[in-house]
Write a new protein. Structure first.
Length: 131
């Protein structure tokens, strides 16, 4: 739960720091070729991580591990599942302010919208470790 909320707070803190002028915006704006490559990579990562994280617990090996080892497996796979969405969200937030390209901002918002589907509530954790 701390990973979930801590990452959201970090993304909001980054936005506040850039919007208040404490950190400079658009410092990489002149690097067009690097921006195109970075955008392409982040689009692929974002598009791959969303369905992969949402269906992670449905994969046979992962589901069997969750039923067998319960808490240990849930800790491992749950953290991995959250990181699949949270790391690209933070990266897209940072890249938005570094390049000032709205594509990164939209990808960060899409990842933020996906987070409630993997919210690590107690009920969901119990349901994921039972048949």
């Amino acid at each position: 739960m701390s990973l979930f909320w801590g990452s959201i707070v970090l993304a909001v803190l980054l936005a506040v720091l850039f919007e208040t002028g404490l950190m400079p915006k658009a410092v990489w704006q002149d690097y067009a070729s690097q921006e195109v490559m970075t955008r392409m990579i982040m689009e692929l990562v974002t598009l791959a991580m969303i369905p992969l994280s949402l269906y992670l617990f449905k994969f046979g090996h992962v589901h069997a591990d969750l039923l067998k080892r319960k808490e240990k497996a849930l800790n491992l796979w749950g953290v991995l599942r959250l990181l699949m969405l949270l790391v690209p969200m933070i990266m897209n937030t940072l890249l938005y302010y570094m390049f000032m390209q709205t594509t990164y901002g939209y990808m960060a918002i899409i990842l933020l919208i996906c987070l409630p589907f993997v919210y690590p509530s107690l009920g969901r954790c119990k349901a994921d470790t039972e048949e």
